[in-house]
Write a protein that binds this ligand. Structure first.
Ligand SMILES: [Zn+2]
Length: 275
């Protein structure tokens, strides 16, 4: 799920990093991604033959394991090489985002390939930064999710907003083959965004409390009881594993660009909050 606001918003003195800010009513306003959970991802052209990145890779004569994102091989060597080697984010429309991913077998979990995918996912999520990422978002049609929310991100949102969203920091979670079920009947409506639907957000209704069972990166069973914002992140990420984007579930009339997130809702739209 897309984070909230990009780290870049904090460094207005560095032009390259100010992309997350925008001018509103004649002044520079901190990015409004506090309302958004951005689940963004990036990856190398990879394993899914239907992925556009895979096709691009093949057409360039690279194998799926050696190709880098265009930005990476154009930039060449240098200090940025390691960063640029990270997978690029797959955007809406790519089949890998619209089809169910497959489970990771127990035998595969300890493999170098799966462990590398997990490491890359964590790096990509933190680089954006995001609060969650699903493997299909980097072109990998496997049921793997990573999520993390930290004080540093949360501190950029108004306190009352964090309170309303029940948003609190939590350590990195890596879950393979997650199975999610709701707990209770309460739900919440808030804006969220997705790194695979770059630049937009919308209100989505999510369960307030969920239980997630799956496997850790060591293959051992893991169970998480989540509520509030963490529960929202889980639902957003697990939806990715079924080929579902937030736009498939959003309150359509609330869909907007991130620059317009704070503008009034259209007539007839439900209010944000817990229901
Ligand atoms: Zn997403």
């Amino acid at each position: 799920m897309e984070v909230i606001r990009r780290l870049s918003q904090r460094f207005p003195s560095k032009p390259k990093l100010v992309a997350g800010e925008f001018v509103k009513r004649g002044r520079i306003t901190p990015f409004l991604h506090s309302k958004i959970l951005i689940l963004r991802s990036q990856y190398k052209p990879v394993l899914n033959p239907k992925s556009s990145q895979f096709n691009h890779a093949v057409s360039r004569g690279f194998s799926s394991s050696t190709v880098r994102s265009p930005a990476s091989w154009l930039s060449g060597l240098g200090k940025k090489k390691k960063v640029m080697d990270l997978p690029s984010i797959v955007q809406a429309g790519d089949p890998v985002l619209h089809e169910p991913a497959r489970e990771v077998s127990v035998e595969e979990i300890g493999s170098d390939r799966i462990q590398k995918i997990i490491d890359d996912m964590v790096q990509v999520m933190r680089r954006r930064p995001g609060v969650g990422l699903a493997a299909p978002q980097i072109g990998i049609p496997l049921k793997i999710i990573v999520l993390e929310d930290i004080k540093e991100y949360i501190a950029h949102a108004p306190e009352e907003e964090n309170k309303a969203q029940d948003r609190r920091p939590f350590d990195l979670l890596v879950i393979l083959n997650p199975k999610l079920k709701k707990k209770g009947n309460k739900s919440a409506l808030f804006f969220e965004g997705c790194l695979s639907v770059d630049g937009y957000g919308a209100m989505v209704e999510r369960f307030l409390e969920v239980e997630v069972n799956g496997l850790g990166r060591d293959g051992k069973p893991i169970k998480v009881d989540a509520c509030g914002w963490q529960a929202r992140i889980f639902q957003h990420e697990c939806d990715h594993l079924e080929g579902t984007l937030y736009v498939d579930k959003m309150v359509k009339r609330t869909f907007r660009t991130v620059e317009n997130l704070d503008l009034p809702l259209a007539n007839g739209c439900p209010k944000q909050g817990v229901r």
